[in-house]
Design a protein around this ligand. Structure first.
Ligand code: ADP
Ligand code: ZN
Length: 610
């Protein structure tokens, strides 16, 4: 039964504070954490919108620890439940999971522990809820936590039908408080979460979605893999990162291409054998400095704190997805990079996928709106972060840490260029009843004598060769930006260009068309690598490396990811402080009681030796 009580707020919160220090080794709550925890402990429902790395888990883990009974965490991330439970056990928290990967015996023993009130938390996959209802009826449940709550939203990008079944929670156990958490939240998604989970009476906590430590950069695609390799070699050598590609094929090819050039890269996509997938995921989590090349099937719930870069080689389908994917960089708060390369073909391909895809008109319309917002982000001359946050309804000043802030793009008056291009499209249509893709249109503008130009007599068109003032690359930029501005439309299997309602205003000279200047090949100043040790002096650095070696050994003996033992930030703090005894060690952020007694002596020995 729900725990929340008549205890005065200070008593409740002093228990919560105690758990924060004793279990997690942290000094103070961040942002809304204290308010959320107090609300939940008093029996209220809550909807928590916080960016990745913001500290959502504590919002239910602390209530789970200080309440009597068990917190049931609904999570779609079966493959990560073991790691989540391992991490909690390292902290001395009693946790377990129930999912389809377990044997009957394992499940029975978790059920027995749950019924005996011996668990603080139990993780449950949504599809198991119905089946587990009878069990939960008999168990002392203190709280339901619905993780990745955006999975209930059909509008969003991660919809899981099983999440709709979560209405059972408040129908069957109306007195148990619920806390729903997500890192994705546009107004639409938020509304759907409230409606589909019946959280109308929940207190809503919206944090700032800003991730100031992530540097956002979007570059025109030239030679995408080469650009990626430069990013890895110049800025993130030997560091962990995720590279997102659209198709399974390009995942495989890119991973291989990187390996051939000496980068430790692994592929991950839904077409790989489940065992290989699990192995690659485990290696990425456990080993230092691997690059995961993946489709978006990878990443949800990956809480590896030291992912230093997230790169997109293809245009994401929506800002929501993009922000969630890039948010996987730098959860530890240290400097990280989100880098995206995009080009004309991305726009053509994405529009075609929407056109040819499944779904009714309404669904396609939603997809088109998502894509348009993403394109607008790519083509903006404004601060990227400002535009990203505006998408989530939040305000920001120019950030100083994105490509447009760091080297502001110039814009030029592309009205005449647009008119040349659009009138070529018009002429082909009206004079010849023909439509062509961007490649042929650009060839005509540049006055090229290709086989296809001769074959179609396109050198007879009055616009043939009128585009000499721009390069091919620049023309591709014009097409891309006109598509993004909806002044041009692309359709069909061959990506043929077509006019839109707005095209006519351009042709009649009624609107001007500002375009972003295409940068030359984007060479960036080399940046210092951004590891946790960047701030350390030489002897500290030396000790830090020794601590990491100890951590690697310790983690592999226990079969858990290294960061579960201690994150980099904690090791760096130890290397700086050089604690002489357990008392001093316990004062370091991230060293709680369980880890102090488990690892304290070993850590002190490494420090004494170093
Ligand atoms: P989220 O689930 O929102 O992505 P996490 O709960 O994984 O974020 O928290 C991100 C990191 O911040 C974790 O390493 C976590 O231990 C740490 N953290 C959370 N709350 C605090 C706090 N109050 N003080 C210090 N570190 C915190
Ligand atoms: Zn900026």
């Amino acid at each position: 039964m729900p725990q929340p009580s008549s205890a005065p707020p200070d008593a409740l919160m002093s228990r919560a504070h105690d758990a924060l220090q004793r279990v997690f080794g942290y000094d103070a709550f961040r942002g809304d954490q204290a308010a959320i925890i107090e609300h939940v402990l008093r029996g209220g429902d809550a909807l928590v919108l916080m960016p990745t790395g913001g500290g959502k888990s504590l919002c239910y883990q602390i209530p789970a620890i200080v309440s009597q009974g068990t917190c049931v965490v609904i999570s779609p991330l079966i493959a990560l439940m073991q790691d989540q439970v391992d991490a909690l056990e390292q902290l001395g928290v009693r946790a377990a999971f129930l999912n389809s990967s377990q044997s009957l015996d394992q499940r029975r023993s978790v059920e027995a522990a749950l019924l005996a009130g011996e668990l603080d938390l139990v993780y449950l996959a949504p599809e198991r809820l119905q089946g587990a209802a009878g069990l939960l009826d008999r168990a002392p449940i203190s709280l339901f936590a619905i993780d990745e709550a955006h999975c209930v939203a059909q509008w969003g990008h991660d919809f899981r039908p099983d999440y709709l079944g979560l209405t059972l929670l408040h129908e069957r156990w109306p007195s148990v408080p619920r806390i729903a958490l997500t890192a994705t939240a546009t107004e639409e998604t938020r509304r759907e979460i409230v409606a589909n989970l019946h959280l109308e009476d929940a207190a809503v906590y919206v944090s700032s979605f800003d991730r100031p430590n992530i540097q956002y950069r979007i570059a025109p695609k030239q030679d995408a893999r080469g650009q990626l390799l430069a990013l890895i070699r110049d800025e993130h050598p030997g560091e962990a990162g995720i590279v997102y590609c659209l198709s399974r094929r390009s995942v495989e090819q890119t991973a291989q291409w990187l390996c051939d050039r000496g980068v430790d890269a692994l592929p991950y996509h839904a077409g790989l054998d489940a065992a290989i997938r699990a192995e690659h995921q485990a290696r990425f989590l456990r080993e230092d400095g691997l690059v995961m090349v993946a489709t978006i099937a990878f990443g949800m719930g990956i809480d590896k704190p030291d992912v230093r870069f997230v790169a997109h080689l293809d245009l994401p389908k929506s800002i929501e997805g993009y922000y969630q994917e890039t948010g996987r960089a730098g959860r530890d708060g240290l400097p990280s990079t989100a880098w995206l390369a995009y080009g004309l073909n991305d726009v053509v391909q994405q529009r075609r996928m929407i056109e040819d895809g499944e779904g009714d008109r309404q669904r396609k319309r939603a997809q088109t709106l998502h894509l348009d917002a993403m394109l607008a982000l790519c083509e903006t001359v404004d601060c990227r972060r400002r535009q990203l946050l505006a998408y989530f309804g939040q305000h920001s000043e120019p950030c100083g840490n994105c490509d447009t802030c760091l080297s502001p793009p110039t814009s030029w008056d592309g009205t005449v260029a647009a008119q040349k291009l659009l009138s070529t499209v018009v002429r082909l249509r009206t004079e010849r009843n023909q439509s062509f893709g961007a490649g042929q249109i650009i060839d005509i503008l540049l006055g090229r004598e290709t086989e296809r130009v001769r074959q179609w007599h396109h050198d007879q068109l009055s616009t043939y060769g009128i585009g000499h003032d721009l390069t091919e690359q620049q023309w591709r930029g014009v097409v891309r930006q006109l598509l993004a501005q909806r002044k041009l439309h692309v359709r069909g299997e061959y990506g043929v260009l077509d006019l839109t309602e707005d095209s006519n205003a351009v042709l009649r000279g009624e609107v001007s068309v500002p375009l972003r200047t295409e940068p030359e090949r984007v060479g960036r100043s080399r940046r210092k690598t951004t590891s946790a040790a960047a701030e350390l002096d030489a002897p500290q650095q030396d000790l830090f490396e020794k601590l990491r070696a100890w951590r690697k050994q310790t983690a592999s003996e226990q079969g858990v990811p290294a960061y579960v033992v201690f994150p980099d930030a904690t090791l760096a703090a130890i290397a700086t402080a050089r604690p002489a005894d357990l008392e001093e060690l316990s004062g370091i952020s991230g060293v709680g009681q369980a880890k102090l007694s488990r690892y304290g002596d070993a850590v002190l020995a490494v420090v004494a030796e170093g």
